[in-house]
Design a protein around this ligand. Structure first.
Ligand code: WTA
Length: 628
């Protein structure tokens, strides 16, 4: 492994005095030590703050690499996200505030949300959906999306949410792999004033997907699109006349809650499986501890429910703590570049959780946009999805945080379910570093043999002990699950390279595998390659990520054409369009280079790092395995 030294010099930002004595659990060092010395007590205490139909027999049964958390316990996560608040003092508290692309607003109190969830849950039951059945979502960013997610969890069905920017092939793959019985979609999503047709993508995706029995369509536009009577059902006709009461299905702690697909090193995405009890405890804990969400907060997470951030920190975690949650279909630059800051002012947002790619976009357009609005309500800023580079940190801190707000740069993954590494509110912040493992998380940086590397040296980031919201399996692919735990014995290997400083702060350097992070979204090189090869002109391809100031990385594709085809602008555009239609716009390469050959190892594996080095004009490193 390349154990080169990394420059770790960073200014230290000491939080404003009002944050310094932030203590939910007490002093970090003490709580951390206790949490790793006696993890079962630590997690049991947190779980004890939630409501269970039956308490656990054991906190943890650890049969490496399989964990069972809170075994024997019974619960329903929606009882903690809804009933618990409605039955207590939060009945009339605002649960969700939604702002549409056109500026319209909708507000649901906890009681209203609760009733809508139960009504939709009854609709699902009427269709014969039962505990354990999979429901695939392909929905725009509207309140009905959240209502349907919670309704699904209420009856014990398993949701598998597909981001509505994915193309029909990606959707098809996920429907088939999860064997979804039902698809919930809408006629359109609306972005920058334009309607994007979702329904026709679903129509394409369900061809040769025999598991699908029904499609529920939420129709937003007039005149309403037509539905095919046998298979398709209108969202409102489904719930018409249904009762507003639906008891939660009582789930075992280890019953599946959802499957969420994420890109990996092969062309087939991995269905990451999360279960009810541990996931609830992990997302509740981190929402409360990392974001310090209080009853007076207006919490805004800008992530779509199609990503894990939307699952854990738009829906389940904040609802479990009883937060007021703002979310919006708005893109950050429409109708103008002030819209997000206007929302902060309008709604009095106190906690803002967003992504480095958005921050870098705002940086590009200057301070005049945020400066037009009153951002004084803000008290905590958060970041996720890719490294928050020092320049973006400093801008976020100075321009949005007015040089006094804490920034929690949260490192975690679809697989971890919850935040794992961050700088807790009140700790000194170091731009470029995510921070330290939070209490309950044992993280380290090691070499290929699993030996800890010294501060300042690059290594693999690993997690050395189980945690409640860890993934339990890769759907239909046990081997891929085991792979995470086999790379370095005894550890969960994350797939990121990282480095630690002498204070234990961790800097994430980038992926160690062939996953490319573009605007915070994971794109598998192999997925894009197989979409390209699927085109009639392409015989072989290799896809790499090249650093980019705005998006983090750009996708560059190298393509060998079949006999009879010649490269050129027209074919380049056609190939880009082909990828866009099959996988979706976020996976589209920015550049396509037509080549005669690709660098390969003697065993025929494409050496993407050689292409990347060539693209960036840097030393490609060890070439001893190169074929030619
Ligand atoms: C990257 C998103 C640096 C990392 C929650 C990880 C980050 C992958 C950060 C997971 C961060 C996420 N700093 N890198 N704060 N957060 N990453 O599954 O490479 O979509 O392995 O989960 O994103 O992406 P995923």
């Amino acid at each position: 492994m390349n154990e080169e030294k990394v420059n770790l010099k960073a200014p230290v930002y000491i939080p404003d005095s009002s944050y310094r004595d932030y203590r939910w659990m007490g002093d970090y060092e003490t709580v951390y030590r206790e949490s790793v010395e006696n993890p079962e007590k630590f997690w049991e205490d947190i779980a004890g703050e939630l409501e269970w139909d039956k308490k656990w027999d054991n906190v943890l049964e650890w049969d490496y690499p399989d964990a069972r958390w809170f075994s024997g316990a019974k619960l329903n996560i929606t009882a903690n996200c809804l009933d618990r608040h409605v039955n207590n003092s939060r009945k009339n508290k605002v649960a969700i505030i939604w702002r549409g692309d056109d500026g319209c607003e909708r507000v649901f109190t906890y009681r209203q949300l609760f009733r809508e969830v139960m009504r939709f849950a009854n609709g699902l039951k009427k269709l014969g959906i039962k505990k354990g059945d999979r429901i695939c979502f392909y929905m725009p960013f509207v309140p009905e999306h959240i209502i349907a997610i919670l309704a699904c969890a209420r009856i014990g069905a398993v949701h598998t949410i597909v981001y509505a920017g994915f193309g029909s092939d990606s959707l098809h793959q996920r429907i088939v792999d999860s064997e979804a019985k039902l698809v919930i979609t809408a006629d359109v999503s609306i972005r920058r004033g334009k309607r994007i047709d979702l329904k026709s993508i679903v129509d394409e995706a369900i061809v040769n997907a025999p598991s699908v029995e029904r499609i529920i369509v939420y129709r937003r536009t007039k005149p309403e699109i037509e539905l095919y009577a046998e298979m398709e059902l209108d969202y409102y006709s489904l719930i018409k006349g249904e009762s507003f009461h639906c008891d939660p299905e009582i789930m075992d702690a280890e019953d599946p809650l959802f499957i969420l697909y994420t890109s990996g090193t092969t062309g087939v995405p991995k269905g990451i499986l999360h279960t009810c009890g541990g996931y609830m405890v992990g997302t509740y804990y981190t929402s409360k501890y990392v974001f310090d969400i209080k009853d007076s907060d207006v919490y805004w997470c800008t992530a779509d429910p199609g990503w894990i951030t939307g699952h854990s920190y738009l829906v389940y975690g904040p609802l479990a703590v009883g937060a007021t949650i703002l979310f919006s279909e708005t893109t950050p630059d429409y109708p103008d570049l002030g819209v997000w800051w206007e929302m902060v002012e309008d709604f009095g947002v106190t906690i803002l959780y967003t992504a480095p790619t958005a921050i870098r976009m705002f940086m590009k357009y200057g301070e005049s946009w945020p400066d037009k609005y009153n951002l004084e309500s803000l008290r905590i800023l958060g970041s996720v999805g890719e490294p928050l580079n020092p320049e973006a940190f400093e801008w976020f801190y100075r321009v949005i945080g007015k040089s006094k707000l804490p920034i929690v740069d949260t490192w975690w993954q679809t697989e971890t379910g919850m935040h794992m590494i961050t700088t807790i509110v009140g700790q000194p912040m170091k731009p470029g570093f995510a921070g330290k493992p939070i209490p309950g998380v044992v993280a380290d940086i090691v070499d290929n043999e699993g030996n800890p590397v010294e501060p300042g040296k690059k290594g693999k980031l690993v997690i050395k002990a189980p945690w409640p919201s860890m993934m339990r399996d890769v759907w239909n692919n046990r081997e891929r699950y085991e792979h995470y735990w086999n790379d370095i014995p005894g550890c969960y290997t994350v797939g990121d390279m990282a480095v630690k400083d002498k204070d234990g702060y961790i800097m994430i350097i980038g992926r160690s595998d062939d996953v490319i992070i573009v605007s915070g979204h994971n794109i598998g090189s192999a997925e894009v390659e197989s979409a390209l090869v699927d085109h009639k002109a392409v015989s072989e391809s290799a896809v790499v990520g090249i650093p980019d100031d705005l998006k983090g990385n750009l996708i560059v594709a190298y393509v060998i054409l079949k006999e009879g085809f010649t490269g050129g602008e027209k074919l380049e555009n056609e190939l880009k369009y082909h990828v866009r239609m099959t996988l979706g716009p976020i996976s589209m390469p920015s550049d396509i280079r037509f080549v005669q050959s690709l660098p390969k190892t003697r065993s025929g594996k494409i050496m993407r790092r050689v292409l990347r080095a060539q693209e960036m004009g840097v030393d490609p490193g060890d070439l001893s395995t190169l074929e030619d």
